[in-house]
Write a protein that binds this ligand. Sequence first.
Ligand code: TPP
Length: 383
Amino acid sequence: MTVLDHDLAAAWTPDAHGPRRDPAPLLPDSEPVRILGTPALRRTADSPGGRELLRDLHRRLVVGRRFNQQATTLTKQGRLAVYPASTGQEACQIAVASALRPGDWLFPSYRDTLAVVSRGVDPVQTLTLLRGNAHCGYDPYEHQVAPLSTPLATQAPHAVGLAHAARLRGESTVALALVGDGGTSEGDFHEALNFAGVLNAPVVFLVQNNGYAISVPLAKQSAAPTLAHKAVGYGIQGRLVDGNDAVAVHIVLSEAVEHARTGRGPVLVEAVTYRLEAHTNADDAGRYRSAEEVERWQARDPLTLMERHLREAGVIGDADVAAAAAEAEELADRMRTLFHVKPQLDPMSLFAHVYAEPTPQLREQAAQLAAELAAEAATEERR
Ligand SMILES: Cc1ncc(C[n+]2csc(CCOP(=O)(O)OP(=O)(O)O)c2C)c(N)n1
C-alpha cells in the first residue's frame, strides 16, 4: 500500500464523512412568504405589540422612501458623487433594522445605506463614502455596522468570521450580511456559506433579489430554482420571502435571526424584490429593461402595498400617514442642510485604516502628499 492509498483509506471512514443530513428541512418554501393581503395580517395585528410593530414598519418605510429621494436629489445638485438607490427595496432595508437587536452586527453593501440609517447611523456619515470623502464615514463599533462594501459579497465571509468569533467568546451576537442577486455568483458568497454551515455560525444572509446585477438579468446570472436553494448545498436553511411585503420580510428575518442566535444554524433568506430606479445615478436602465416591466413592479411598490393593506385593516389612518410624512420631511430637511456644509477633510486620512502596517509604497505616497500639503500651506501663508 502506498502512502497515498493509506491516506485515502483513512479518509474514507464513515466518521470522516459524518452523519448524512436530510435536505428536506433545509429547502425553502416554493412560494415566497406573504403577509399583506392574507389572513396572517389580522393575526399579526392582533398579537401582543402587533399594531405598534405594523405602524412602526409603515413609518420606517415612509421615512426610507424620502431618504432615497433626497439622496438622489443630492446627486443632481453635485453634493453626492454617486447614489445606488434602494427605491423599491425599502421593505428589505427597514426590516433589517427591526429584526436585529442592539449588539448584533450588520454587514451592508453599497446599496444598503437605508438599512444603515435605519439601524441608527447618522445619514450624512452613512453617505460619506458615496460622497467620495472617506473610506467609511461612521464608527462601525458605535452601532455595530461594518463599512459599506463595494467589492461584491466580500462582506459575507467577514460576517461569518465575526459571528463565529462572538460565539467562541460566549456572546449571543448574530451577524447579518446583505448581498445582491449578482453577489450570489461570487466566490466569496459561496465560501461564506460553506464556512457558516461547517462552523454552525450565528449568521444570516439576506439576498435582495432585485432582478438585476446592473444590466444583467437574473435569468442570465443563475440557473438555480431560487437563490434560497443555494443554501441547501451548504447544509444551511433557505427561506423565500416577498421582498416588497415589509411585514413578511420582518417576520421571516426575525425568525432567521433567532434561529441563528439559538444555535440552530445559519439561514439564507432570499427576498424577491425590484430595483425601481437605475443601478445608480450614472446608469440608464431604459437600455436594458422595458417600461412595462417597471410599471408592473410599481404596482407592487412596497410603500403603497403597506399603506393600502394597513388602512384596510384599520391599523393606520390619516393621522399616522401625516405623522410619518412629517418625520420624513424633517429628515430630508436635515440632510439638505447638512449637505450644504462643506466637509472638513484631512487628505492624510486617506492612508489611515488601510493596513495595520503601511507598505513602503504607501509610506512613500503619504510622505509625498504631506510635503505637497505643507508647500501649499506655505504658499497660502505668504499670500
Ligand atoms: C467583486 C466585484 N466585481 C464586480 C463589481 C462591479 N459591480 C458593481 S455593482 C455590480 C452588480 C451587482 O449586482 P447585485 O449583486 O445584484 O447588487 P445590486 O447592485 O443589484 O444591489 C457589479 C458587477 C464589484 N463591485 N465587485
